[in-house]
Design a protein around this ligand. Structure first.
Ligand code: NAD
Length: 505
């Protein structure tokens, strides 16, 4: 992989790529075949301090820039991303193993659309209308930038996660230091470079390639970081929230998911079967909103299981660069073994592995898949609601299907995990769908679909899936603070309320 088009080094600080002062080498590996995509050196804690200082130095000018100026820069960024779309898709696929059709049709266009959205949103930062609420004062509300944002992102959608973190932060006038997952830093670095090319001043967007325990923890606890925005697993999110407490930082946590997929007995079976396959396998199931638990009302259950099993078995695993490939490898060998571990343990407690449950040997295109971190689409039945595969976040191409009888039972099971990020209900009955959308405790509930996201609509969790919203105008609320400004309108020296001190004197 030739990334020399934008220089050497894996730390993007103050508008340029540098080697940093770290000493720990790290290889960004293509999980399709184990080849090294890029050799990097992980950021030291001193590099974090340098990046935060750069972000702090850039803050006054950027926070004072007009919304129009910030918007214009983001519009230029959208254009640059569109010009470089093919390169972004190629690098994203190389570092994650995701199929090129997913990078090309979802990750990159989604990022460009997000950028265009925040270019518009930057000009729509509103406070409440002014008013004379006491009769003696005029009040208004200012919406202001928070300061330096420290962001930490996961490896599943590296480019989109960088965009979701950077765009609302800078649209609202903050500056940012983003630490992508060390497995997948490359498109975040390219995104930062594109920000500079778009005219966003040096230091506004900084990206550090570093380990969570060192660079990540330093960033989250840094005294000059005013807000922490984290996307990742729930256990690490809890640690991040604890570290942020000491300096009373605002935290924004987008955490794990275990989305239910509830099929009522009047649903369109073909739509539900195809929906479940696509929504559980997107990005090899490494999607926080992926369908993971299909609850199917008894009359449709057997046909649903048979339909999903048949489509799972026909999925084309292979070289991610082949446009015909449906499913690439998982992000790493370690992660593939973790996913396989869930399935092995499930076999141990009596699960029925209907299809999958192993690594494939050959791809649809004849590729030898034994070198890659591949795993077959896996359908599991016959497990208890409290079993590990139903409750735990597997984050792989594994779907569990369980039957239910009454609507009450289906909705109760859907809510019965600690997570609450996303869910879907499949029915043609308006009352059932209204009830499901009301009663399922999740940040997003789809009806007769599962996965689509929109720049205009908020994304974020309930329960242990975290709090705070990404995308949409709501995310600008996360990255701004509200100030009440109050003017006396009476021009009298002795105010009425002074009586609480002076009495009648
Ligand atoms: P992870 O929690 O292991 O790592 C996420 C990030 O945190 C990485 O950059 C990592 O280096 C960093 N990190 C690790 N330990 C840290 C520490 N002690 N202090 C500071 N930073 C630390 O998650 P992952 O395996 O990269 O990604 C998968 C997880 O992300 C899943 O749980 C998935 O559901 C979640 N996710 C959530 C959303 C959402 O919007 N809610 C979106 C995508 C992914």
């Amino acid at each position: 992989m030739d990334l020399t088009s934008f220089g050497a080094g894996a730390q993007y600080i103050a508008g340029r790529l540098t080697e940093g002062t770290g000493t720990e080498p790290f290889q960004v590996v293509n999980p399709a075949d184990g080849s090294v995509v890029q050799q990097v050196t992980l950021a030291s804690t001193a590099d974090v301090d340098t990046a935060v200082a750069a972000a702090r130095a850039a803050l006054p000018e950027w926070a004072a820039a007009t919304p129009g100026a910030r918007s214009a820069a983001l519009l230029r960024l959208a254009g640059i991303l569109a010009d470089r779309a093919e390169e972004f898709a190629r690098v994203e696929t190389a570092q994650t193993g995701k199929p090129i059709k997913l990078s090309t049709e979802f990750d990159v266009p989604g990022t460009i659309d997000n950028t265009a959205f925040f270019a518009g949103a930057a000009r729509n930062l509103e406070g409440k209308a002014a008013g004379e609420y006491s009769g003696d004062h005029t009040s208004y509300v200012r919406r202001e930038a928070i300061g330096v944002v420290g962001s930490i992102a996961p490896w599943n959608y590296p480019l989109q996660m960088a965009a979701w973190k950077i765009l609302p932060a800078v649209a609202a006038g903050n500056t940012i230091v983003l630490k992508p997952a060390e497995l997948t830093p490359l498109t975040s670095l390219m995104f930062a470079q594109a920000c500079t090319d778009a005219g966003i001043p040096d230091g506004v967007v900084n990206v550090l390639t570093g380990a969570g325990r060192t660079a990540g923890e330093r960033l989250v606890s840094h005294p000059d970081v005013a807000m922490v925005s984290f996307t990742g697993s729930t256990p690490v999110g809890k640690r991040v929230a604890q570290l942020a407490t000491d300096t009373v930082k605002r935290t924004h946590l987008e955490l794990g998911g275990k989305a239910p997929f509830v099929v009522f007995d009047d649903a369109d079976l073909d739509a539900a079967v195809h929906g479940a396959v696509a929504a559980s396998l997107i990005n090899s199931g490494q999607d926080c909103t992926a369908a993971t638990r299909a609850y199917v009302q008894r009359p449709l259950y057997d046909a649903f299981v048979a339909g999903v099993a048949e489509l799972f078995a026909a999925i084309r695993l292979g070289d991610p660069l082949n446009p015909q490939t449906d499913l690439g490898p998982l992000v790493s060998y370690t992660h593939r073994d973790r996913v396989a571990g869930f399935v092995e343990r499930a076999r141990g407690y009596g699960a029925n592995v209907v299809t999958g449950g192993q690594a494939p040997a050959k791809g649809h295109d004849g590729t030898d898949l034994s070198l890659g971190a591949y795993y077959r689409p896996t359908l599991i039945t016959g497990v208890a609601q409290d079993s590990e595969v139903v409750q735990g976040e597997i984050f792989g191409p594994v779907l569990v299907a369980l039957p239910f009888d009454s609507d009450d039972e289906g909705l109760r099971l859907a809510n019965d995990t600690p997570y609450g990020l996303a869910a879907s209900a499949w029915t043609r009955d308006i009352h059932r769908s209204l009830r499901a959308t009301r009663e399922i405790a999740a940040g997003c509930v789809w009806v007769n679909d599962h996965i689509p996201i929109l720049s205009e609509m908020p994304h974020g969790g309930y329960k242990s899936s975290g709090y705070g919203k990404d995308m949409s105008q709501y995310s600008l609320d996360e990255y701004t603070q509200v100030k009440h400004v109050m003017f006396d309108t009476t021009a009298v020296a002795r105010k009425d309320w002074h009586r609480t001190i002076f009495g009648d004197r």
